[in-house]
Write a protein that binds this ligand. Structure first.
Ligand SMILES: [Fe+2]
Length: 187
């Protein structure tokens, strides 16, 4: 997939959030898309599949602003429903995706909170990336980290990253970052 085509698509998503959503939603989406790409690549997905997963990640929460407007909340079932409608509309104008890929994108966005769907539609990297970013943003309590890991993390790199970020047992004071291996830069 050409980077130029992908960038144009990403700019459209950013523009949508900048107009109707929030800056935090752009930030969240960008983080999920970055982790999705890294996890998909480490999971040996082929480059085209990795691109599609990245695009799906950019779209995954696209139903949130509409869900808030229509239902007054962004509960998973509502935002997934609105997201699917938006994706179905947007992909109509895109000629560089096959019809199967368009259906897949709508299915991913329309079910992205469900682990079983992640397995069925093979979007585990996106599902895990979203969980990691949601954990980072404090959406789940730290006590739940181990349970969520056991239940929902399946890819090798996703699991490794999740463990590093949320399950690391620190002997030292965890409030003090350990930067001893980084050389001092002289001004
Ligand atoms: Fe998300």
């Amino acid at each position: 997939m050409q980077q130029k085509v992908k960038d144009q698509f990403i700019r459209r998503v950013i523009d949508y959030y900048a107009t109707l959503g929030t800056a935090a939603e752009i930030q969240h989406t960008q983080s999920v898309a970055n982790y999705t790409r890294l996890i998909a690549d480490a999971d040996n997905r082929d480059p085209h599949q990795t691109d599609l997963l990245e695009l799906a990640a950019w779209l995954h929460d696209i139903g949130c602003p509409a869900s808030r407007r229509v239902y007054g909340n962004s509960r998973p079932e509502n935002q997934q429903h609105e997201g699917r409608l938006i994706v179905n509309e947007w992909v109509k104008e895109i000629n560089w995706l096959t019809s199967d890929e368009k259906i897949w994108l709508a299915n991913v966005v329309g079910t992205h909170h469900q682990f079983q769907s992640a397995v069925e539609y093979r979007f585990e990297p996106l599902f895990e990336a979203d969980l990691i970013v949601n954990m980072t943003e404090g959406y789940y309590k730290a006590e739940k980290a181990e349970h969520l890991y056991e239940k929902l993390m399946v890819t090798t790199y996703g699991k490794e990253l999740y463990k590093q970020l949320f399950l690391k047992k620190c002997d030292n004071d965890s409030s003090q970052p350990q930067f001893s291996s980084i050389p001092t830069i002289k001004k």
